[in-house]
Design a protein around this ligand. Structure first.
Ligand SMILES: [Fe+2]
Length: 288
């Protein structure tokens, strides 16, 4: 019998999961169950966890191959697995609203799937919240799987044939300048517009802020299809807004969800989250 207690968070996707300490060694049956829950719910929140960086990396490795963080990799060639989300430096000092890093992170306030602009985009993102603002700073999520499944059959069949270009420089340069070495490391890539989860066969389309165009369609037609799909995915009633609590460990499936940050007052609050990602696989399956 399962040790895990799950509670759904939104009609389309998402669950809160209790009954496991992610910093301890997790038995095989529970591991299988967590993988199954990821494929089913796309978003899992494990509240009241205590994960330092070592434990977070260990948990990430249990889910698959950690993905090297692209900003550092692109700028310096160095491989590191952690990203810091929020406004607290490694030395513990707070960066305010005027700091360039705070501004750079506002790019995350556009709907996106993490690293969709990579040749092989990551499958999962894992985020552990250490410090959270008393107000603001929620992360919003929507399911492109639910949106795809709501489309009429003939529309779905049309999308199945298409490819979409994802381009980091296109999306990020609208917010802040991109370092030239970083930009050169991320040329535009074409992905199938429709993805399928090989474990449960459920499909979704794959567009977000990094989507620049649809292969083979003219400028206006291409843009309006992307905008239409985005609007259908991000309708207000489709949004689950995650209000972070310190101790939350959250996993989301970038293969089928979009997310965006919401603002908070960085002069007033501290927000510190550590984030890792699991590399994608050619088959698109949930990593083992
Ligand atoms: Fe993100």
């Amino acid at each position: 019998m399962s040790k895990l207690q799950t509670e759904a968070l939104h009609a389309d996707f998402g669950a809160s999961v209790r009954g496991v300490d992610l910093s301890s060694s997790i038995d095989d049956a529970t591991k299988d169950e967590i993988r199954e829950l990821i494929d089913t719910y796309s978003f899992l929140c494990f509240p009241e966890q205590s994960l330092d960086d070592d434990a977070l990396l260990k948990f990430t490795q249990f889910l698959g191959e950690p993905e090297a963080e692209h900003v550092t990799l692109g700028r310096t060639g160095e491989i590191q697995y952690f990203g810091t989300v929020g406004n607290v430096s490694d030395d513990g000092t707070k960066k305010g609203n005027a700091h360039p890093d705070t501004h750079y992170q506002t790019g995350n306030q556009l709907w996106h799937a993490d690293s969709s602009f990579r040749e092989l985009p990551c499958s999962l993102t894992i985020t552990h919240a250490h410090e959270v603002p008393g107000e603001g700073g929620a992360t919003e999520f929507v399911s492109a799987r639910a949106a795809y499944e709501r489309l009429p059959e003939e529309e779905r069949a049309k999308l199945d044939q298409l490819k979409v270009i994802h381009d980091y420089v296109f999306s990020r340069s609208q917010v802040a300048p991109v370092d030239p070495a970083h930009a050169a490391s991320l040329p535009p890539v074409a992905h199938r517009l429709v993805k399928e989860n090989p474990r449960n066969g459920r499909k979704n389309y794959y567009v977000g802020s990094h989507s620049r165009s649809i292969v083979g369609l003219g400028g206006i037609e291409s843009r309006s299809l992307i905008d239409e799909l985005m609007a259908a995915t991000t309708r207000p009633e489709a949004i689950y807004s995650h209000q972070w609590a310190a101790g939350d460990t959250v996993i989301w499936d970038n293969r089928c969800l979009l997310h965006r940050g919401t603002p908070y007052d960085a002069d007033r609050w501290r927000r510190r989250m550590r984030q890792t990602r699991v590399a994608g696989s050619e088959s698109g399956s949930t990593p083992h």
